[in-house]
Design a protein around this ligand. Structure first.
Ligand code: MLT
Length: 263
């Protein structure tokens, strides 16, 4: 059921278990990215799936967004719902938010799940690419921009086997108010590096990466996880940068196993 926090963050809430998991979507998605994780989890866990500001139903966004303001929104959600040490999970941009939220308030969480993401900040090249993206979107090219991004996110197998789902993601992204994606690009461009936190935290961290992830490839995620004290990395065959949606069975088995170990 769709609900909203006092500061305008819409979220869906499934299940009623004491043990909760919060899933944060990536760019240029919304809470629907996690649709395939909910059914196998909701009988046992409380599953909370927010729309970041500017995405999905969280339309209250003026485009002036920072990673810190996304983190504020997630922390408010966790406190508002009085979640008792949930596991925090995020994909790509959602992973950037997950890492920063956990860095700010590590004691509020039981563990982290990081899908197709990184802990480092943007390189100069990445910043310039984001600025070019903002230029395209401001010029009315959100559909073109979204289609190109989705094409690089999903691996060929998914695009071939599930063309309607692939097209639906493009259509949802293309129908957003431009302030949402522009704000996200600015936020990602200005985010901090959370690598030092990831290496010093005692929290259990499960990382998952699609074998063919072209945006945060296995080699980069292997490097990210190599010094994480309580860390583990799993590579999902035949998947791209959207592994949990592309290969739900494999990812859900890992998620279930991780949750049964940390709770
Ligand atoms: C995402 O999937 O959230 C984006 O690819 C992240 C990014 O652009 O850095």
């Amino acid at each position: 059921m769709d609900k909203v926090t006092p500061n305008g963050i819409h979220f869906q809430n499934f299940g009623s278990g004491e043990q909760a998991v919060v899933f944060i979507h990536g760019f240029i998605f919304d809470s629907e990215l996690w649709l395939r994780q909910i059914p196998p989890l909701e009988d046992k866990y409380r599953v909370v799936v927010p729309d970041l500001r500017g995405f999905g139903a969280s339309t209250d966004c003026d485009g002036m967004v920072t990673l810190e303001s996304y983190a504020d929104d997630i922390l408010e959600l966790v406190k508002e719902l009085k979640l008792e040490k949930p596991v925090l999970a995020g994909l790509s941009m959602g992973g950037y938010v997950t890492l920063r939220v956990a860095e700010r308030e590590p004691n509020l969480f039981r563990g982290l799940m990081l899908f197709d993401t990184r802990a480092t900040a943007d390189s100069n090249e990445a910043k310039i690419k984001r600025a070019a993206g903002i230029r395209i979107i401001k010029g009315g090219g959100l559909r073109t921009y979204t289609a190109a991004l989705m094409d690089s996110i999903f691996y060929d197998t998914f695009k071939k086997n599930e063309p309607e789902e692939f097209q639906a993601f493009i259509d949802r992204g293309a129908s957003l108010k431009p302030e949402g994606p522009i704000g996200a690009l600015l936020a990602m461009m200005g985010r901090t590096d959370t690598s030092a936190f990831l290496e010093r935290t005692d929290l259990p961290v499960m990382a998952v990466c699609g074998e063919h992830d072209a945006l945060t490839p296995p080699a980069e995620m292997t490097e990210m996880m190599k010094n994480v004290k309580n860390g583990e990395l799993h590579i999902i065959p035949d998947a791209g940068h959207g592994a949990p949606f592309e290969k739900p069975e494999e990812c859900n088995a890992l998620i279930n196993d991780f949750l049964s170990r940390v709770f």
